[in-house]
Design a protein around this ligand. Structure first.
Ligand code: PMP
Length: 408
């Protein structure tokens, strides 16, 4: 019997269209981060040499002794109950009101929270009002849902702002040390945005991964806390959907994050999560619980903050020496990034990026943080991943990259 002898194979179906309108930028930057010849100031990664490997090994042993096979099972979609309760405690302590486990969904990193929001809330054409420039991971997560975007105007005075909010499925903001700009949004602006969101009757997604990385001074209350202060009792029924993670205070590899919101929203997101991964890893949740309950996380944060402050200062000092002719920036009071804006329209950071790779240094061009890709006058430079010496070398290479670019 001949099997399709000589016949041309039928064309297999193409992949979904959104993949072609999207990009693989995050993957590219991860790959560049793994190249020994390149100084990568591109990634958003913590300092790997500060990862508490020993402490996590001990916490893993304790977790297995405590939970046995429970830690190795599928778990409930909402997460390990004891960790949900611990996160509810943590949020209650900072938010001036009580949150219970029913207000917490544990996720596979905060990234999954963003993905679930897309899955559960966005229909094609829906409007999202987003802090601009916007975290690339959020744009990536929501791309398959085909939303429209409007820029969040923190002053609340921009044309059409209130109308935009009334139509929005949700507002997306990173008020603490934003990715990519490192900006800390003032309390007055947070309160004003909360008022507008309440008036408009929409949701506010407050993404807060950088909270532990307060390098100068305190971040101040979250928008969730501002709302909690006004409504201190009863079941939480506010508009804030708050995202947190252990990726910055401990390690990204645990992939433990959380969403805190009113119980109905948690149930909606849990429904979306079920078909994504059944449950997040019970094992890493049990390890995370040990690291939190033992007080290790709280002890560890000051160590990384001290190292990151030194690295940020090294980056800004080197940039003042080598880049200030062409770029300006504000020293970020926390987080992981310095946002450098070109002083002259002559510099397009997409084009500069190619020269930077030739000089064996990488940054992230601003265009990837713009849903329309039109923002080409800035770059995001990371200071947490590398030592002060390597950062300084990276900045010297950036100087050569700018010279090469301007000469071309
Ligand atoms: N939101 C923002 C603004 C981030 O910068 C990141 C991490 N780069 C995340 C969410 C995702 O964090 P996680 O590792 O918890 O998935």
């Amino acid at each position: 019997m001949a099997i399709s002898g000589g016949q041309k194979p039928a064309q297999r179906p193409a992949r979904a269209q959104w993949l072609d309108s999207g990009n693989s930028i995050t993957q590219q930057f991860m790959a560049i981060g793994g190249r020994a010849d390149i100084v990568s100031l591109a990634g958003g990664l913590p300092a790997a040499e500060l990862y508490p490997v020993e402490a996590i090994a001990r916490a893993s042993e304790r977790a297995l002794a405590r939970w046995g096979s429970v830690a190795l099972e599928y778990g409930s979609v909402e997460g390990l109950p004891a960790l949900r309760a611990a996160i509810a405690e943590r949020i209650s302590a900072s938010a001036g009101r009580r949150f219970g486990p029913e207000n917490v969904l544990l996720t596979t990193g905060a990234m999954q929270g963003l993905d679930l929001l897309g899955k559960a809330l966005i229909d094609p054409g829906d409007l999202i009002v987003n802090q601009f420039p916007t975290y690339l991971g959020a744009l990536d997560a929501w791309r398959p849902r085909q939303p429209r975007y409007e820029r969040l105007d923190w002053s609340g005075e921009g044309p059409g702002f209130e109308a935009g909010l009334r139509q929005a499925k949700f507002v997306y903001a990173v008020p603490n040390y934003s990715n990519p700009t490192g900006v800390l949004v003032s309390q007055a602006r947070r309160a004003a945005l909360l008022d507008k969101v309440l008036e408009a009757g929409t949701w506010l997604v407050e993404d807060d991964p950088y909270l532990p990385l307060q390098l100068d001074g305190a971040a101040g209350p979250s928008i969730l806390a501002l709302h909690g202060e006004r409504h201190p009792t009863g079941a939480y029924d506010g508009p804030v959907i708050y995202l947190g993670t252990l990726s910055k205070s401990l390690v990204p590899g645990l992939r433990v994050g959380w969403v805190v919101a009113e119980a109905g929203m948690i149930a909606t997101l849990a429904l979306a999560k079920q078909s994504t991964d059944i449950s997040s890893s019970m094992f890493t949740q049990a390890v995370a619980l040990e690291l939190i309950e033992s007080g290790f996380e709280a002890e560890h944060i000051p160590r990384i903050v001290a190292a990151y402050r030194e690295r940020r200062d090294a980056l800004c000092a080197a940039a003042a020496q080598h880049l200030s002719e062409w770029f300006s920036w504000e020293v970020p009071p926390g987080g992981m990034f310095v946002w450098m804006r070109a002083k002259s329209a002559e510099i397009d950071t997409n084009a500069l990026y190619a020269c930077a790779l030739e000089e064996k240094v990488a940054f992230v061009p601003s265009s990837v943080f713009d849903p329309d890709g039109r923002l080409t006058d800035a770059m995001r430079v990371n200071f947490t991943r590398s030592s002060p010496e390597v950062i300084t070398e990276g900045v010297r290479r950036l100087e050569r990259a700018v010279q090469r670019y301007l000469a071309s």
